[in-house]
Design a binder for this molecule. Sequence first.
Ligand SMILES: [Fe+2]
Ligand SMILES: [Fe+2]
Length: 211
Amino acid sequence: MANPSFVDTVVLGVDRVLKTLARPPRAERPSPGREVEDVSLSETDTRHAAGLMRVNHTGEVCAQALYEGQALVARDGRVKASLLDAAREEEDHLAWCDERLDQLDSKPSVLNPLWYGLSYVLGTATGLMGDKISLGFVAATEDQVCKHLESHLEELPVDDARSRVIVEQMHADEARHGTDARRAGGVEFPQPVKDVMTLISRLMTQTSYRG
Ligand SMILES: [Fe+2]
Ligand SMILES: [Fe+2]
């Protein structure tokens, strides 16, 4: 007979997948975009902002899947708890991006289920290498995400204050996730591994921008 804890894990995992890919996702914190007055943007700016926010939305789908996969196999209970805490914040980010996409009259990427699956496998594989590598992976990923969000702050239309405050809050949260992971004992990743991560994230960015 199957081990009940394994069954529980699978049921919980499926529940998480459905929640991540379902629309609209739930946020614990309201979107910072709600505190900012929306202004009407030109058609070109709206399309560009939607493309960028769609990329961020897919990034959050990936982040949740990575953390969930890593938490599934984390050995230390505290590491597992901190990964799940971070995943909960990614859920807020996901909901904020989703809400903004809706306001920009656009939709998330159709490739999200694929990215979720790939990220979950990658997260689990990394987690199996041990907690210190897993935490190092979080730190390296969040570094890249922060750089990517900084580039979006350069690229987003100046008038799109709503998207900008969302990206700014996400940047603050991601930087904290990275710092926490390093403090918890995450190892520094070698540059070639970081280069491969950059390539994968570039592929995600380019495909998600389009739709
Ligand atoms: Fe995030
Ligand atoms: Fe994060």
